[in-house]
Design a protein around this ligand. Sequence first.
Ligand code: GAL
Length: 351
Amino acid sequence: MKKRFVSMFLAAVMAGTMVAAVPVMAEEATEAATEAAAADVDLSDKKVGVCIYQFSDNFMTLFRTELENYLVGLGFSKDNITIVDGVNDQATQSGQIDSFIADQVDVLIINPVNSSSASTITDKVVEAGIPLVYINREPDADEEARWEENNWNVTYVGCDARQSGTYQGELIADLGLDAIDKNGNGKVDYIMIEGDPENVDAQYRTEFSVKALEDAGLEVNELDDQVGNWDQATAQQLVANSLSQYGDDVEVVFCNNDAMALGALQSIEAAGRTVGEDIYLVGVDALSEALEDVLAGTMTGTVFNDHFSQSHSAADAAVRYLTGEGNEHYIGCDYVKVTKDNAQDVLDMVK
Ligand code: GAL
């Protein structure tokens, strides 16, 4: 069963009442800490192992920093929180998980390098009797079904990437065909720069951004679709190539995340094109640099990938395993569509 977690941060951004955000965060943390105290669980003694697929990923850096701060705010000791870099290599990460098991950590929070390795990871962590919270890279439905069927202490915390893709498409569709269709062929001519293709975030954002255009009644024409692996420099090169191949026919650049959109923007500018005038550009994550670009008009829009809500939910879920309360096997959150209108609010929050 899917449980939706609507971040209080998010509610505040949407309602334009950002002043409420800080007290709400404190309340959230107090609640989980109170639950632990009521269950007579001393969090300061508990060892938390955190595996991140790759430290150099911009979004996961925001996520892990917030996760650590929030865990400490809950009462965990900083010395007992170990966060390791999987350097985008599953074998490395599997070794790190083995070490955490050998160290008898009390709970594991894992951002898998390959979500397809989740069943192997789950088996060994469950066998060791350690509760497990997956984050950011969602294992497939069969894997999640096993947790439910076996009543294992395993859950996933993340947002539904279909929503982010849909928001990207809507950001473009809302401009209207007349604004987009610079070459007058009656279609939206776009290039797509994808994240890691093994990752559902990349798959769904690619599919649902285009679907949103079609659902809005627009005809689409894919000029190019390339894999940028979430990386700015790679995307910069790919977009430079596409722009030199397809020239002024490129009307829209979809990037599965903001890091790649920032790379795309460098190439768009280098090609003498102007976002908002003769080309449109969208990303996902709401990195602060991207939000500055949205405010300046050099990015059409982005989608806030709420690392506050996701990291807090993951930590709260860890606490609920430690107190014995347990969790549902899926804990969701919402994305927020970001345009010039709300970019400053989101920037104030993420900075
Ligand atoms: C996505 C995020 C990307 C990248 C990826 C890593 O949710 O938008 O920027 O961090 O996760 O799995």
